[in-house]
Ligand binder design. Structure first.
Ligand code: DX5
Ligand code: ZN
Length: 218
């Protein structure tokens, strides 16, 4: 049976001068989640947007918010993001000294607990916690910017992650973040991905609603 991906447009590529319009476009589309990129200028070499902007999106968003924290010491802000409407919160493995504790804190807030891995971070860093992880966000670009080129090595990481999940009888979702487009979306789903994030591919398209519909039917 054909597997449908969960599609999460990244609001980083939306028009910030028309956030209500772009949020309502995603509401009307076949997209499943909103992907929200929070960058602090320390963990990654860029600052995206913070709480007031997320609050504005949340006022109009009618689908779950998938919050990707590219920040140091993310544990300081988990409750804040929960209060701003987060359904999924992903922290970076590279930013968490006490990842196990941080995952429990996310779950205690009744959010899905996600871990994001930079392109250089081996899958085996998740071996001891995979059963506690609801979603792994595999970065298929170096985090910090939208519109970058997809890193081909991601396919083999998806397969190794899928093996780890199956070996542990876990139900963890695999999300791919960065450079998703026509050239790789289907191959990623076939390799075992469950969630596709797409920023520029969606918001840079002449018809974003149709582009999202295409991602749903591949
Ligand atoms: C990168 C962000 C991504 C990004 C994806 O640091 O985490 O979510 O917005 O954008 P595209 O799809 O344009 O690569
Ligand atoms: Zn992201």
């Amino acid at each position: 049976m054909k597997k449908q991906g969960i599609i999460a447009p990244s609001m980083l590529a939306a028009d910030f001068a028309n956030l209500q319009r772009d949020t309502e476009m995603v509401n009307r589309s076949e997209a499943d989640w909103f992907h929200i990129d929070i960058m602090d200028g320390v963990f990654v070499p860029n600052i995206s947007f913070g709480m007031p902007v997320l609050d504005a999106i949340n006022r109009y968003a009618k689908k779950p918010l998938d919050v990707h924290l590219m920040i140091v010491q993310p544990e300081r802000y988990l409750a804040t993001f929960k209060n701003l409407g987060a359904a999924v919160i992903s922290v970076h493995e590279e930013a968490c000294t006490h990842l196990h504790r941080t995952l429990q804190q996310i779950k205690d807030l009744d959010c899905k607990a996600g871990v994001a891995l930079n392109p250089h971070t081996p899958i085996n860093h998740l071996e001891e916690v995979i059963k506690d992880v609801d979603l792994v966000c595999l970065m298929s670009v170096n985090p910090g910017f939208g519109g970058q080129k997809f890193i081909e090595h991601t396919y083999s990481k998806v397969s190794r992650l899928k093996d780890l999940i199956l070996k542990n009888n876990a139900t963890t979702l695999i999300e791919i973040d960065g450079g998703v487009n026509t050239a790789n979306a289907k191959k990623l789903l076939d390799a075992g991905a469950d969630v596709l994030v797409a920023g520029n591919f969606v918001f840079g398209a002449s018809n974003p609603i149709e582009t999202i519909a295409w991602l749903k039917q591949i």
